[in-house]
Ligand binder design. Structure first.
Ligand SMILES: Nc1nc2c(ncn2[C@@H]2O[C@H](COP(=O)(O)OP(=O)(O)OP(=O)(O)O)[C@@H](O)[C@H]2O)c(=O)[nH]1
Ligand SMILES: [Mg+2]
Length: 284
């Protein structure tokens, strides 16, 4: 299992970001709070050099609270302004608009000294597919201006959205990078649902998830699928127990492991297995 997903629209998106970045004052980088390290685009530092930077740990509602606090400190130490959010919730994204406005005020002051008036502050929102960029923009704008959807690759072209007279936001298509540095990164990105489902081997990925859950806490799977999952150490047998608990059967009466795998992945992605973070902050 070695997931790589880099369709043509991402090549175009990177080119577009390079062009548009000249126009922006701030780059808002959305990371998935469940994988704050594996969802960092390694090219963003070069792409966004010289710009104000804001790091958003989004889908915080799905991530482990203690680890999120550790990651928050980790990124703050690196000098970023960090905000943890559930971008569907307009209360939760308030801090982002505050940070953008604060950066905006500095800019207006600089502009005024140069005699430039009424130029709004512009921020580009970027991050991996499905991380919640368009949802964030809609919550900030308090209306549905950007198209959203629970699959990667919903936003295809650029879209400027005016928040108010002072702030404009640029929604961008989610981008991954042509090669992940290691297999684990590809697996984590696939687990959270940022890689197109069509190229995923669901059973293999579910087996990986079973190993991860068991290493974290034996009760995670038991609480959701019952005692049956404790009968074996073997992840394929555990997946069979999940099929049993959910009545996932094929026509001949055999257990439908593919359906069980999809159910399990879906339960993880929507937080029904609890708040689980897959990355660990580096010890330094
Ligand atoms: N639980 C949770 N779900 C979220 C959050 N933010 C967004 N979502 C959901 O995640 C899915 C993807 O959201 P989008 O805003 O379309 O993501 P995007 O980053 O614009 O995706 P692309 O345009 O495909 O790159 C949607 O189903 C959202 O409802 C969040 O903070 N928590
Ligand atoms: Mg989008």
């Amino acid at each position: 299992m070695n997931y790589q997903w880099y369709p043509g629209h991402m090549t175009k998106a990177v080119r577009m970001m390079r062009e548009e970045i000249r126009l922006v004052d701030i780059v808002i980088e959305l990371l998935d709070a469940r994988i704050p390290l594996s969802s960092i685009n390694p090219d963003i530092d070069t792409l966004a050099s010289g710009k104000g930077r804001l790091v958003v740990l989004n889908k915080y509602d799905l991530a482990d609270e203690r680890l999120s606090a550790d990651f928050e400190r980790y990124f703050e130490k690196k000098g970023y302004v960090v905000v943890k959010t559930d971008s569907r919730d307009s209360q939760s994204v308030k801090k982002i608009s505050e940070a953008v406005m604060a950066a905006g005020n500095e800019k207006f002051e600089r502009d005024r000294k140069k005699g430039i008036l009424n130029r709004p502050v512009r921020a580009m929102v970027c991050g991996i597919p499905n991380v919640g960029k368009s949802t964030l923009i809609n919550s900030l704008a308090k209306k549905a201006s950007a198209k959203t959807g629970n699959k990667p690759g919903v936003t295809r072209g650029k879209q400027w959205i005016k928040l108010n007279k002072q702030v404009e936001l640029l929604d961008t298509p989610g981008i991954l990078w042509p090669k992940f540095e290691d297999r684990e990164t590809g697996i984590k990105l696939a687990l959270i649902g940022t890689i197109n489902d069509d190229i995923i081997d669901h059973e293999e990925l579910a087996v990986k998830l079973i190993d991860i859950c068991r290493a974290l806490n034996e009760d995670i799977l038991k609480d959701r699928y019952g005692e049956g999952v404790l009968a074996s150490q073997d992840p394929v047998e555990i997946l069979t127990a999940v099929a049993k608990s959910r009545g996932a059967l094929l026509k001949g009466g055999e257990y439908d492991l593919n359906r069980a795998a999809r159910l399990l992945l879906d339960d993880f992605r929507s937080g029904r297995l609890g708040r689980i973070t897959l990355d660990r902050p580096p010890v330094n």
